[in-house]
Write a protein that binds this ligand. Structure first.
Ligand SMILES: Cc1cc2nc3c(=O)[nH]c(=O)nc-3n(C[C@H](O)[C@H](O)[C@H](O)COP(=O)(O)OP(=O)(O)OC[C@H]3O[C@@H](n4cnc5c(N)ncnc54)[C@H](O)[C@@H]3O)c2cc1C
Length: 383
């Protein structure tokens, strides 16, 4: 059984209560970054939950990080602004040299360095990561980067970026997963020196961007691990990311279910609360059942992850089911509220827009189903 971390949850809830609906609505309206919220979480140490104590973090297990993110969402906040500060550092922690870990992790732990930009997706290759086109060519003690990334979230609010680029042309590699390398980029130095960031306006307030590299120079010392093995390093962090995003979706679902149930009890029409009608109760009850089932799978995935067991199946399915559960809960919540579900002041439409993302990013549902079909059920690879 996963610990319930009731103490941590209570503390997170207390912090989140300083950032009520009005705060998020104002940020949403201005498409502004929730800097005060991120600062408060950082100062309380939550964003350093997964960094080992020897590097100044809290050294907590994945289950604790999941509880923190779930609670944030359940309180109506949006962790999308900063969740990556928690886990993007995992690439450095798992595959970086001792020197890189000592250089970056303690300052990421204090929040002095924001490492929350993750440059993998490109406009032409999308989900087909192995076809990405950004190149990194060795030139003396530097690599020279050219190309483009898209959906690089929080790039304007990050000091460092984990970047995946091709160091050996696709035609020249012996294994199809070779030839890509991971770099840690100092964004503040790079902006204006080969790095351009352009924000993308989206349906929710997500601070996402596209970024362009024009002969951007990265010190060779910032190559993580071995040249050409970067795809594996990126893959190795995916299970943790999926489980954490799944936990956020569970939090969203809990928020929607509570909001819908409360409203259904209060709103009186035809002489009785609308929640007395089965037509109103059942979608909420169904969403609750869906959420609980997904939550069990999130816990099982985390249990296996923490036991060092393979957990790709559970992490992928948990992410898919949790994202679907949060969407079902959002749908029930908006329907329960009738017209008021569309009014910004109820926060329902904002959360509805925000939670929709997780059926697409960080990986879309079809790719999860393909994973299950191929790797769990042994069906032929479809792409
Ligand atoms: C707000 C936002 C933030 C993001 N943040 C980041 C970030 O910080 N860093 C980063 O690197 N990326 C980020 N992403 C990118 C995200 O991971 C991708 O959008 C996602 O993986 C899907 O890729 P795509 O958009 O290129 O869609 P495509 O790959 O073009 O796919 C389009 C559709 O086709 C389906 N599809 C494609 N191939 C197949 C197939 N073989 N079989 C069945 N269906 C298929 C997909 O499932 C999808 O539904 C973000 C995206 C968004 C929208």
């Amino acid at each position: 059984m996963m610990p319930d971390y009731s103490d941590i949850r209570a503390e997170v809830a207390k912090l989140c209560q300083q950032f009520p609906g009005e705060y998020w609505r104002a940020k949403d309206k201005d498409r502004a970054y929730p800097i005060e919220f991120v600062k408060a979480l950082g100062e309380a140490g939550y964003l350093a939950a997964l960094i080992p104590e020897e590097f100044g973090g809290a050294g907590l297990p994945l289950s604790a990080a999941a509880a923190i993110l779930e609670e944030m969402q359940a309180q109506g906040c949006n962790g999308g602004a900063c969740h990556a500060q928690m886990y993007v550092m995992g690439t450095v922690l798992r595959h970086g040299s001792e020197a890189q870990k000592a250089e970056f992790l303690p300052r990421v732990a204090t929040g002095e360095l924001r490492l929350q930009a993750f440059g993998v997706t490109e406009p032409t290759s999308g989900t087909d990561t192995l076809s990405l086109k950004t190149t990194a060519k060795r030139d003396g003690d530097h690599y020279v980067i050219n190309g483009q990334k898209i959906w690089t979230s929080r790039a304007e609010h990050s000091d460092l970026m984990i970047l995946l680029a091709r160091t050996t042309p696709k035609e020249e590699v012996s294994s199809r997963t070779d030839g890509l390398s991971v770099f840690i980029v100092n964004m503040k130095e790079a902006i204006g020196n080969g790095l351009t960031i352009r924000p993308i306006e989206t349906m929710m307030n997500h601070a996402t961007t596209e970024i362009f590299f024009d002969n951007m120079r990265v010190p060779a010392a910032n190559l993580i691990g071995e040249e050409g093995k970067g795809f594996r390093y990126i893959l190795s962090g995916m299970n943790a990311e999926r489980l954490l995003i799944a936990a956020e979706c569970i939090g969203d679902a809990k928020w929607f279910i509570k909001k819908a149930s409360d409203y259904a009890k209060e709103r009186v029409l035809f002489g009785r609360p609308i929640g007395q009608n089965q037509g109103v109760q059942f979608p909420i009850a169904r969403a609750y059942a869906q959420m609980r089932a997904a939550e069990l799978l999130v816990h099982e995935g985390i249990r296996k992850y923490e036991a060092g067991e393979p957990c790709g199946e559970e992490a992928n399915m948990a992410k898919m089911l949790a994202a679907e559960a949060s969407w079902a809960a959002g749908e029930a919540c908006i329907q329960t509220h009738g017209g008021f579900g569309f009014a910004a002041e109820y926060d329902v439409e904002r959360k509805f827009r925000e939670t929709r993302l997780y059926q697409v990013a960080p990986i879309s549902t079809n790719m999860i189903l393909s994973f299950v079909a191929e790797h769990v059920l042994g069906l032929p690879r479809s792409y």
